[in-house]
Design a protein around this ligand. Structure first.
Ligand code: BG6
Length: 491
């Protein structure tokens, strides 16, 4: 798909409009991120932030709400009273029912003369079309208006296409910022530099030098209070379709010709389109669905998924997915790609492991350990890159032991590391689309995911139970073992 370049914003006043402005995402992520941007003088001088919601509040009531709820999500060590006051001055609240065209007059009135607008849709996608139509009707969309779409963008390909078609009636593709906050994480962006800013890995970054790739996004938390959303969604739609596939794209893509948004997104799209489609037999063999049962968490005992608030007692929703994927191209032919994500796992850990090929032949036949070279890219909770090499164990004999070349990014750089949402919001403000998903990428991801979801329906099996606080069902280890591999915590 060819799209025009990112819109280039000028130094005009900026009105940042948040639909769902008093909602969970706004409180936990968006307003804290905007405060940090304000604190570090990264917001354009004449920026006003308009939170929209149905609560019948005036501005003062909203400010009191922000004071009470949002400050808890800002590190107390960095908050400073003067800048906090300055931030509150930027805030406005408009009481608005997104479905009521008449309510938009108040919003239009709140806009600064001649401003550029960023509209953040942190609402259910079912409201997107109505919001866009009402914004257009109130003359709030022009060529410089940017719109940010929060996930979930659809529950399958057809619904994603519908959202894209509808929003596309009001905005050009170059004005649409589909956010995936994993693309805003420092280490994810750093992976592009690791791959394309260094020469040493590129010759090895391919079959047959790579034996397998593992991508894990493990969470220790359970579904919490989000069952209403999560039970109809599940781990495949909530995490794999977006975050894990985006990570895979960055690991697997060819070097783009530049950092131009379309140059990068063209390469990511090719990866998604090269994913080998799964048949029902593939789904049965190469995927594992799990659901946590009662167990442990770091705070003590943890309930099973079926005991969580608002989860139907017979729910078959998966809270864990492991699968083996293949990319049908020259670089990745015959390299199994293992993806895994789950809630209530042993720890919070997101990482990418590149396992290099086995030695063709070993002369260290007396060593109990054999050679394994791995590049380990840890996204969270710590941010580091480690290269596992083999070294000689001190003493007599020639025994091998793994050692790590360590790149600890948190100590290597003293600069502040912005949260993903802050970085991405600043990209929107500056009109930079590189780290946002293009329409065809989103749809290609669904095209690969849909047959897996369909396969699960056809197979009609209950998800496999795993105890909260573990690494998932035994079938997930078996999936790896079949390929003569193991998840990194099992080796
Ligand atoms: C969100 C999912 O997109 O990502 C949540 O909806 C998940 O279920 C969250 O908890 C994980 O994000 P992070 O940045 O904490 O790894």
């Amino acid at each position: 798909m060819s799209t025009s370049k990112s819109s280039t914003p000028s130094a005009s006043p900026l009105d940042l409009v948040i639909f769902g402005g008093a909602g969970d995402l706004s409180v936990r992520k968006l307003l804290p991120a905007l405060y940090m941007a304000h604190l570090h003088h990264n917001l354009p001088e004449k920026t006003r932030i308009h939170a929209l919601g149905r609560q019948p509040w005036d501005r003062n009531a909203f400010l009191a709400f922000v004071q009470e709820k949002v400050s808890g999500f800002i590190d107390a060590k960095v908050r400073d009273d003067a800048s906090w006051q300055g931030f509150l001055e930027r805030l406005n609240y408009v009481c608005l029912d997104a479905t009521q065209a008449a309510d938009y007059a108040a919003l239009a009135q709140a806009m600064q003369p001649g401003s550029e607008r960023v509209v953040y849709l942190a609402t259910a996608p079912s409201l997107f079309t109505g919001i866009c139509a009402n914004l257009a009707h109130a003359s709030l969309i022009d060529a410089n208006t940017r719109v940010v779409l929060e996930k979930p963008l659809g529950h399958d390909l057809a619904s994603a296409q519908k959202i894209n078609d509808e929003v596309g009636q009001y905005f050009q593709e170059s004005q649409i910022f589909r956010i995936d906050h994993y693309l805003g994480k420092e280490t994810v962006q750093n992976l592009m530099v690791l791959r394309f800013g260094n020469t040493i890995f590129e010759p090895l970054w391919r079959s047959p030098h790579i034996k397998s790739v593992q991508i894990t996004v493990a969470e220790s938390v359970g579904v919490g209070s989000r069952a209403g959303f999560y039970d109809g969604t599940g781990a495949m739609r909530d995490m794999v379709q977006n975050h894990l596939l985006q990570l895979l794209c960055i690991v697997a893509m060819e070097p783009p010709v530049s950092l131009d948004p379309d140059a990068v997104r063209d390469e990511k799209l090719k990866v998604l389109r090269s994913l080998r489609p799964m048949t029902v037999a593939d789904v049965a063999r190469d995927t594992v669905r799990g659901q946590y049962s009662a167990g442990a968490s770091k705070d003590g005992s943890a309930p099973g998924y079926l005991q969580e608030d608002n989860v139907p007692p017979t729910s078959g929703t998966e809270t864990f997915v492991a699968l083996r994927a293949h990319i049908n191209n020259w670089r990745w032919a015959n390299v199994p790609i293992f993806l895994r994500t789950g809630k209530r796992m042993a720890e919070r850990r997101s990482e990418i492991i590149i396992e290099f090929a086995d030695l063709p032949f070993t002369i260290f036949t007396d060593s109990p350990r054999q050679s394994v070279n791995r590049l380990m890219i840890r996204l969270q909770p710590e941010e580091h890159v480690q290269l596992q090499m083999m070294a000689k164990e001190p003493g007599s004999g020639m025994r091998l032991r793994p050692v790590h070349l360590n790149l600890d990014l948190e100590t290597a750089f003293v600069e502040r590391r912005a949260e993903a949402y802050e970085r991405l919001l600043m990209d929107v403000v500056k009109g930079r689309l590189t780290h946002f998903m293009r329409r065809d990428e989103l749809e290609a991801a669904w095209t690969w995911v849909d047959p897996i979801l369909e396969g699960w329906k056809t197979l009609n099996e209950k998800p496999k139970a795993y105890t909260a606080g573990t690494w998932g069902p035994a079938a997930s280890s078996a999936l790896m073992a079949r390929e003569n591999s193991a998840w990194v915590e099992e080796v």
